[in-house]
Structures are given as C-alpha cells and as structure tokens.
Design a protein around this ligand. Sequence first.
Ligand code: GAL
Length: 354
Amino acid sequence: MKSLKYLVVAFLAIFLVACGAKGGDSGSGKTYNVGVAIYKFDDNFMTLYREELENYFGELSKKTGDKYVLDIQDGKQDQATQTEQINNFIAQGKDVILANLVDPTAAGSIINSAKSANIPVVLINREPEVSELEIWPGKTSYVGADATQSGTFQGEIIAATDSKGDLNGDGVVNYITLFGDPANVDAQQRTTYSVKALEDAGIKKAALAEPYLANWDTAKGQEVTASALEQFGDKLEVVFANNDGMAVGAVTAIKAAKRTVGKDILVVGVDAIPDAMELLAKGELTGTVLNDHFNQSHTAANVAVKLMNGEDVESYYWVDYVKVTKKEDSELKEAEPRTETTKEAKERYAKRDK
Ligand code: GAL
C-alpha cells in the first residue's frame, strides 16, 4: 500500500513538471521586456497601431508560453522627451526597443546608444535614412509601409472617378493638399506622389496654394479647408489630405460651406480610420488608403521576437497599402511583408527619384 502511495506521488510530480515545462508551442516560459516608444499617444492611426501591438503580443504570449512585458511610452511629440524615455529603456536593459521616432533624424544616435548596450532596435512608422540602418545590420530594422505607394493610390483614386477630378470641366484639376508634419516622410511623399499619379494618368492639374500645414490633425484640417474654400470658392475641386484625420476635418468644412463631396468637390485621405470609413459609407468621402496597422504591428512584433531570440533580421519589412473606395476594401487580413536589404532599397530609391 505504501509503495503504491509513493508511486502515485512520483507520477504526479512527473506529470506536474511536464505540464510546467510545456507552457506552449515553442517558448520556455521566459519573460521578455519590450520598450515601446510612440511619437505621441494622441494620434488616431498610432492609437490603432499601439492597441493592435498590445493585442498581438498578448496572443504571442498565449501561443508560446513566453511573457512579453510591454513598457509603452508617450513621446508627446517631443524628441528630447522621447530620447530620455529610450535612454531609460537602455538603462533598464530592455530586451528590445520598438521606436516610432518623433524625429527620424534621431535614429542614428539612438541606434548607436542601443548598440553599445547590445539592445536591438525595431523602427516603426517613420522611415529613417538608409544609412541609419547600416549602423548595426541584422539587429536593426525598419517595419513600415512605402509612403510613395499611398500617395500614388490617392491620385489613382481621383483619376478613376467619372470626372477624373475635373468637376467643373475646365480641363484642369485645381487642388489643395493638407500636409501632415514637415519632419515626416509619409507627409512629404504623399504630397508628391498623389499629384504625380494624376500627371502619370495624363491629367492636367494646378495647386491653388502651397500645401497647408495641418499636423495630421482634424481641427486644423477643417480650419485650413474652410479658409481655402473662402478664398477659392468653386474653383477648388480636389482636397488631397495626407491622412484621414485631416480629411475628416476637410469634409466638415465642406459641409459647412454647403458644398457636396462627390458632386462638386472630391476628398481623399490615408489610413482608413473608423471616422473616415463612416463618411465613406455615406458617400461623403471620395476614398482613402488603408494604412495597415494590423500587419505593420504584427510584423514589428514578429521581428522583435526574432531579435529577442538572438536571430538576425532583415533591414526592411514592407507592408502594402490598399486602395479603399468601399467598405470591404479596408478589411484587415493577415499578409506577408516584403523584405529588402539596404542595398536593394538604395538602388530602388535611386531609380525612383530620377
Ligand atoms: C502616418 C499616418 C498619420 C500619422 C503618422 C504619424 O503613417 O498616416 O495619420 O499617424 O503616420 O507618424
């Protein structure tokens, strides 16, 4: 009887150890500390991104049995504040740093500091110079979307409408641009490539004004569009907004001026945030471009996990934008990112910028 008791206890012990060790598919029940620096919390698109990043790390934890502790900091759109937050991550010995920089030109010094502490870095959302990714190859990546593609899609959406943007039929598309943020590659490239796509489609266009700085912001987008409408009246046919936040503001101003989107003015944004999708469903927004926060955040997390496992990673991971003119276009589904080396990126940029 006594020996049976021992047998049961021994069996139970083995069983418990086996369960404890299992934990999940591949992990070993380790805890990883991830420092996440966001340029500012008060941003529609980056909020969707941040929430999905948290969700996805949670899913990974469940799947692998490893624990990912996220320390997410709000850079409050101030590089000095953010640099301090990242220096704290380094001092705390985080296992990896994910950085959505306030000012992408800070990338070099941040990568150098992280490198000296042997902490890999994943840059997200704001593309740095290629040279910054050459500082510590294998341990630094940029995960993002190619902003030239989003600009091109915006122009193509306008070119594909019945009027091709020339609503008053005078042979020229008169437009304004609502500009995101001067330090942001996305804003610069969307501004250039939206209009280039009209040109490439053989459409004549004329800017009614220099791009209006509206800092990705809805209230500012509304304010500058209202004054453009006052100044240019019926001449204004197309509003290119660097993001949906500003496009939503533009639509409010257009309605207040008693003009109708689709009939006598066209508006196109980028991001496919819920507010913009609501307007689109009502026919009050011409189109937008999905800035795929879902796959961007998943890819950033997957790259971070690889780095925490000691693996080397690619320099670039690109997630495609998607043209959105109806609700279904913005559906989120898993997609494989495209990878690129710094050499390939340099060659591509040299060709593109000719
Ligand atoms: C862009 C996005 C903007 C804003 C910006 C922040 O990709 O379209 O809405 O979130 O990133 O850097």
